[in-house]
Design a protein around this ligand. Sequence first.
Ligand SMILES: Nc1ncnc2c1ncn2[C@@H]1O[C@H](COP(=O)(O)OP(=O)(O)OP(=O)(O)O)[C@@H](O)[C@H]1O
Length: 389
Amino acid sequence: MRAACARRRSAPRGGTPAPTACRRSPGRSARRSGRRAAASPPGVRARRPPAILPHHRSNPAGRGVGSPARQPRRRNASVSLLSVEDLVVRYGQGAGAVQAVDGVTFTVGAGEAVGLVGESGCGKSSLGRAILRLQPAAAGAVRVEGTDILSLPERRLVPYRRRLQMVFQDPFGALNPRQTLARLLETPLRVHGERDPLARRRRSLEMLARVGLPAAALHRYPHEFSGGQRQRIGIARALMLRPDLVVCDEPVSALDVSIQAQILNLLVELRGELGLACLFISHDLSVVRYFADRVLVMYLGRIVESADHATLWAAPRHPYTQALLAAVPRADPARRTPPAALRGDSGTARPATGCRFRPRCTAAGPHCATHDPALRAVAPGHFVACHLA
Ligand SMILES: Nc1ncnc2c1ncn2[C@@H]1O[C@H](COP(=O)(O)OP(=O)(O)OP(=O)(O)O)[C@@H](O)[C@H]1O
């Protein structure tokens, strides 16, 4: 690590801080080569190309939210689907306040899968929830095709609620145990204006089939299903309204490895079929690597590195990302030593000045103690918040 950081010190520093434009970048060949090298979770199939037009957008004749033939949305190609700007989420007040998200900025394009990684407590869930207005933001903006949904009154928020959905880590906690699947799946359709019960039923059967559950499941309750099946129900529910973007908050963390692979494969397939954009939150780099086109690395409430997934794995520039990658276990029979552990933990050491990763960084210098590094471009599409990068 020390040697790697010393090499970084001699790297050119230039570049302007450009925290917003974290778009998919280098060439396809780079992505392909990274993909070949990727260590997918066991049982996970190879990535498929995403961005296939969803059927409802190709048929302009239909009416109603639940109809498979809903009116297509007009998109402004120059505006990102989702644009998060200087978002701040704070818990509590005064000296005891926790700034869980501390001025985060990024974009997600239509149909793009963005991974958000970081260790426990760095603010991933708070960020995901604030984007969906499930958690109030203290400052910043969340724009959906240019409209700041944080400033909208509840009434005007309704169409955006339909377009942004969430898949939770604990599907059981997110499903009302007193409701049958029919009710769980069809209520959002009714709330969002689908008056025809037959259309609602058609859609729920269609979604059940799509996530691999039988039609008879409609009349059963969440507790009658296994963990993996419940996550399928959570996914079906999130997709009932045909959203444009789904925030998946650790959707496979609570599942055992073989079920993880099934759910990941399902998410990849659905994303490809429906052209969904995804913000995929996870602390597991191998999962994010498999799923995401672009990866944001979060540390103590800030994005500290952002790049397309091949670049991030091949040439991570932030010492935190390097440490995270070094800590990923690899199935290598020749390797006898355990993966390198990152020293300390994020909760114990948040310095008042300078770089927030400094107490855990083996290469931190005097400048790191006094100056908080901004996210800046180190290569096209690659942004790093480190003085040494
Ligand atoms: N409701 C709350 N009240 C007070 N503090 C909170 C609350 N929710 C989260 N926090 C704090 O905010 C910080 C970020 O929490 P958050 O759950 O967003 O992190 P995370 O990266 O998603 O963690 P994990 O991966 O463990 O879910 C943590 O320090 C946490 O203790």
